[in-house]
Design a protein around this ligand. Sequence first.
Ligand code: NG6
Ligand code: CA
Length: 511
Amino acid sequence: MAMILLLGSRQLKSAQPNVLVIMADDLGYGDVSCYGATALKTPHIDKLAAEGLRFTSGYCSASTCTPTRYSMLTGTYAFRGERTGIAPPNAPAIIKPGTETIASILKHAGYATGVIGKWHLGLGDEGGPDWNGQLKPGPLEIGFDTCFLLPTTNDRVPQVYVQDHRVLNLDPADPLWVGTKKPSPDHPTGKTHRHTLKMDWSHGHNSTIHNGISRIGFYTGGHAARFRDEDLADKWVEQSNEFIEKHKSEPFFLFFSSHDIHVPRIPHERFQGKTSLGFRGDSIIQLDWCVGELMKTLERLELAEKTLVVFCSDNGPVLDDGYKDGAIEKIGKHRAAGPYSGGKYSVYEGGTRTPFITRWKGRIEPGLSDELVCTIDLAASLAALTKQNLPKQSCLDSFNVLEALLGDDNAKGRDHIVQQNNGNNGTYALRTGKWKLHRYDRKTARNVVVETQLANTKVPKYQLFNLSDDPAEKRDVSEKHTEVMSRLKKQLAKIIEQGSSRPGSKSTSQK
Ligand code: NG6
Ligand code: CA
């Protein structure tokens, strides 16, 4: 009897949980204390891990932002899409209306859906965003009921919020202009007014100045709409709390898309100087604070047992990403990518193997999981959670790993994952079990060695590593394991060529 009651209450709890996806930006495997960082403490992320499942093989699908976000939302590898590389300020919407996404899937299941934070997937039709008019298509045309966004990434112009289809607080008398060319000869830039900057640039990032920081791209106008970098995290938390409060009595899906710890790293004054790692570390503390605030809200509204929380990152770490914020000088013994090589922009493990935690109080048994899961799998897994079938032509590479995400007994994750860097430039890796193949269709690759600068180096087309005894991918064993090498080469080529990899899916371009 007790057993039946127990089962009954468990099933009840399992029915249509809320889904909160917290995606960090540029956060590396070794950047939080529950993944081994000792130079700083992340108590809230650690608590989430202690109450949930901490994955040691949790991945994002690319080592830059736009492709990971594209594939997380659509469940399709970004290398299959057009213009899926890092989006410029005036990029049009990259995910076309009508594309099935996590948001549309959960909307079909009756969820209220929202995205708050960094977007970086373009806005508007082919002409790009109409900054002074209706900003569509965008998130609302692919399944989100509402959005509150930083339109691109904060080192790119403009520094304004977008709420649903409009720039928030835009004064029509002071229209916003965004472009790639200097709007007038006397327009101050990071080059002409370098001495006035509160944080200097190191490469790129020397165009329009706002809040003492020069950015990628130019803009004028929209002054009443502009925000302070220091206030972004507080804004995301405030907006998220409102969203959760508003939808506390119905199932909701919230994509909390943090800008931390992307450059320019300008945490709120109250976090500045809180770590020995400079603003990069202080931004991690700010991110941790955000996680704590969101968890507090779930507790206060008694939603912790009704909410599946997924914590992940959009790509691995980078120290100097264009501003002199002390990240390199203050790194000390901190290993941002943990035991792995590479980081942002590379297909070494450091580029895509990142913190990955799931928590659902009362449903997920706390622990550690070595199962292979990826942000690209959320689409098929959440479809399974809400008992929906995916159309054949959608979510072409998303695997249903729901049981692994929930830590069910004997649950299996993926048996392989394709990793990529940026867009569709022919830089791939394939991990299956302990084996890892690199494939470079170009003769050089920009593989970041995290502790130094970005570097373009010559690379052989293929390399093979054995992650079980060489997690840092230092020893190419392709000549020793020719059979493995040819098997993986074939497998990767097939996944790329056949246009889809999800069992039962079929790309529309397939005959
Ligand atoms: C690069 C920028 C880098 C960062 C990145 C996108 C330069 C020299 N570098 O082109 O600073 O903005 O794009 O990062 O401009 S991401 O995490 O959003 O993908
Ligand atoms: Ca990123």
